[in-house]
Write a protein that binds this ligand. Structure first.
Ligand code: PLP
Length: 400
């Protein structure tokens, strides 16, 4: 199974940390892999393929149009590029240079993440507003509608929002303010599906472009993402992502993607051109999306919960270890086992344990964001039952 990694001298990972890109994201669905293999046997016009994807993504999300991108992060680059350039070929040709062009993206300060670098990659300047006050217990809001309003002006290209179950203010508050000023709202919802309803939710709340990962809960190819949104913005996305080395005389792009692009010749290779999506990945993503929609979600949740509870029971039998199982949805869509070590009773500190597990062959990855507090997590999403047993055994061996 894993000879390819062995021949490279690379240890595989038993993944008890959830869908994390740096350890391979998720395991692609078998059927998606088969679709990719088939897609690799013929040539196809990429714009035709994106046009077909647009229809399918529109049907799934309720948006006017859609696009398959290079990860959710790639979707954010393209979203920012579309918001800044719209249909202007000369701006498309200049990005990320935005001199003389409205390039500001306003966002609540509490929504800033490392991923918003993707917005800046297209040339955007981020203007963040609001405060972190709620976290010092003052009762104040993170951002008031008037603060957003005051930040929007001549230089504003878009407002950006990161969708999380704990995100404040509600998205509709933000879309109302933005739309009052004719400014589109870009939503980063990379890790928000499942639940499948979230494919609709942000579009319904007024988002103009929504980015999802294809390689997380959907279990499509690792390098894919989905951008759903307004037809005019997706048209700009396509113009800035597709390969545009085309002779104007014979350029005949699909009307459903480019139909209303104002006349004026073929756009140049855009700022999104390095974010290429291959025909194989695109087809694999669409197949994975179909299967994701068909999946029995209750069954999946029950499976995750059962596995999490077995791991929690097993670990709580170890001296110095207490466990609880979360309800899921906050930072992980699946329930997670939160494991607390009483380091005065365990032979290793939590940091030592997490490091020792990662150094094994195969590497064992548990969630290690709170090790300084003597805490780690076990996420059941990317484990088989057999692997869950291996994780239990290895933790038990270190803490015996
Ligand atoms: C994972 C993630 C991304 C990046 O998604 P990719 O598909 O890996 O590009 C962006 N934003 C958030 C909030 C994420 O969780």
């Amino acid at each position: 199974m894993t000879d390819v990694y062995e021949s490279l001298g690379v240890s595989t990972v038993v993944n008890a940390a959830g869908t994390k890109t740096r350890i391979g994201g998720s395991l692609i669905r078998e059927e998606a892999l088969e679709a990719m293999r088939e897609a690799a046997t013929a040539f196809v016009l990429l714009s035709d393929l994106q046009a077909a994807a647009s229809e399918r993504i529109a049907a799934v999300t309720g948006a006017e149009a859609g696009y398959v991108t290079n990860g959710a992060a790639g979707a954010l680059v393209l979203a920012a590029a579309a918001a800044i350039a719209r249909d202007d070929r000369s701006v498309m040709a200049r990005l990320p240079d935005t001199e003389g062009v409205a390039d500001e993206i306003v966002m609540p300060r509490t929504h800033r993440t490392g991923y918003d670098h993707a917005l800046r990659t297209a040339g955007a300047t981020i203007v963040d507003v609001g405060t972190n006050d709620p976290h010092i217990g003052t009762g104040a809001a993170e951002v008031e509608p008037w603060e957003l309003e005051a930040a929007i002006g001549e230089e504003t290209a878009a407002v950006a929002y990161v969708a999380k179950t704990y995100a404040e203010p509600p998205l509709t508050v933000v879309t109302d303010v933005a739309h009052d000023h004719d400014v589109p709202v870009i939503v980063d919802a990379a890790a928000e599906v499942p639940p499948v309803e979230n494919f609709h939710r942000f579009v319904e709340a007024g988002a103009d472009l929504v980015a999802f990962s294809g390689g997380k809960g959907v279990r499509g190819p690792q390098t894919t993402g989905i951008l759903a949104g307004r037809r005019d913005l997706i048209r700009s996305v396509a113009a800035q992502n597709l390969d545009m080395h085309v002779s104007a005389d014979v350029w005949d792009p699909p009307a459903s993607l480019f139909g209303d692009l104002p006349a004026g010749g073929v756009p140049r290779q855009g700022v999104g051109r390095p974010l290429k999506v291959g025909k194989e990945e695109l087809v694999g993503l669409l197949r994975a999306l179909e299967l994701f929609l068909e999946e029995d979600r209750e069954l999946k949740r029950a499976e995750w919960r059962g596995r999490a509870e077995r791991v929690a029971d097993g670990l709580s039998a170890i001296d110095g270890v207490t466990t609880r199982v979360t309800a899921g949805q906050k930072t992980s869509v699946a329930p997670e086992v939160v494991v607390d070590l009483d380091e005065s009773r365990t032979p290793l500190t939590c940091v030592e344990l997490v490091r020792a597990l990662r150094a094994e062959d195969p590497r064992v990855f548990v969630g290690g964001d709170d090790t300084a507090d003597g805490r780690f997590t076990v996420n059941p999403m990317c484990l088989t039952d057999e692997e869950a047993g291996h994780v239990l055994d290895r933790i038990g061996a270190h803490l015996a």
